[in-house]
Ligand binder design. Structure first.
Ligand code: P6P
Length: 346
């Protein structure tokens, strides 16, 4: 016989199952204002996009026309995967008729995409990498989506979206979705970093961790050492150091979101440095390195392009690239110490 005073389901577990992303966003903002409602609704749409992408990824090997390349080249000069195109279109579709987002800027599109019916009202811009690490899609390894939300400034009458060419501290929210054994959405509104796990039985992202803090130091360094001979000498010095000292281990998946998530949870440093041929590096600022830097700073870590904070970098174009050194403060500082040492001897 159950005791009527004691709820059958412990209060905390029911409340936790009801802590969806949209509710959590409103809690974060301590407000039900129009702006808070908008941000909550935007995150809810991003969650819908993530669910649609996760669903397709989970059956990609069984669905004709899902894997492989389209035969096209994108603005990055990269061969486009069919999954890149699908995911890009999903983000556009979930924001149509939303009145929320006027412009979408994506790794896959040369220019921002405008949703006219939203534009007079929607003052937000979504910047995103729809599928990051798409080389992993065909081999069933983890991939991710990265997103950043900015307020539109001015009326963008020429359609060039020049107001996006500002530093990463103008972001009002950022996050990523990790499509792994479970689908995990990690986000920040500038009030800490929080993660949600997709519960397929509910079709909802449910709060799993609040106020995630990156360890001050961790054992992992994550980088593509195949580029070792193309790096500046200082980065080679750092690599030689971790090779020769106990307590370091290398992990690299070739998909940025998974590598960054590992660093966030276990500590350490991820590096994608510039090379002699490409001093600006490979990763894109507005929808890859800046949102991740925003999250990492919110989690107590840091992100730099070498000596300058990444969030202070002002892009000169929509698809600007930056080097990326990101993770635990102690480990990022260790990398920087080799850069400073080299500069002092040059
Ligand atoms: P490399 C994927 O193409 C990506 O943009 C990131 O997800 C990843 O961190 C990086 O490139 C991998 O690049 O040169 O090591 O293959």
């Amino acid at each position: 016989m159950t005791n009527p005073e004691q709820p059958v389901i412990p209060e905390y577990s029911l409340d936790r199952d009801c802590t969806t992303l949209s509710r959590h966003a409103l809690q974060q903002l301590h407000s039900f204002s129009a702006e808070a409602q908008d941000l909550s609704a935007i995150l809810n749409r991003i969650a819908l996009a993530a669910k649609l992408i996760a669903r397709r990824l989970s059956r990609a090997g069984l669905m004709a026309g899902t894997l492989g390349f389209t035969g096209e080249m994108n603005v990055q000069g990269e061969n486009v995967k069919k999954m890149d195109v699908y995911a890009n279109d999903v983000f556009i579709s979930v924001f149509k008729q939303s009145g929320l987002v006027c412009r979408l800027a994506s790794e896959e599109m040369e220019k921002p995409f405008y949703i006219p019916e939203n534009c007079p009202i929607g003052r937000y811009t979504l910047l995103y990498d729809p599928i990051d690490g798409s080389s992993n899609v065909d081999i069933n390894l983890n991939v991710g989506s990265i997103f950043s939300i900015r307020q539109q400034e001015g009326n963008d009458l020429d359609g060039e979206a020049k107001d996006l060419l500002q530093n990463g501290r103008k972001q009002i929210a950022a996050g990523y979705v990790l499509y792994g054994p479970s689908t995990e959405l990690v986000y920040s509104l500038g009030k800490g970093v929080h993660s949600f796990i997709l519960d397929p039985s509910l079709g909802e992202f449910i709060l799993s961790q609040e106020n995630i803090r990156i360890p001050e130091h961790g054992p992992i360094y994550s980088t593509n050492e195949g580029n070792f001979w193309q790096w500046d000498e200082a980065l080679r010095d750092f690599t030689r150091y971790v090779h020769r000292h106990e307590g370091y281990t290398s992990r690299y998946s070739g998909a940025l979101v998974g590598d960054i998530h590992r660093i966030l949870m276990q500590g350490g440093v991820f590096l994608y440095p510039g090379t002699m041929k490409k001093p600006e590096g490979k990763l894109r600022l507005l929808y890859e390195t800046a949102p991740l830097a925003f999250l990492m700073e919110q989690a107590g870590g840091c992100a730099t392009i070498g000596k300058k904070d990444l969030l202070d970098v002002v892009p000169d174009k929509l698809h600007a690239r930056t080097p990326l050194i990101i993770g635990s403060k102690e480990d990022v500082r260790l990398v920087q110490s080799f850069i400073e040492k080299r500069e002092s001897t040059n």
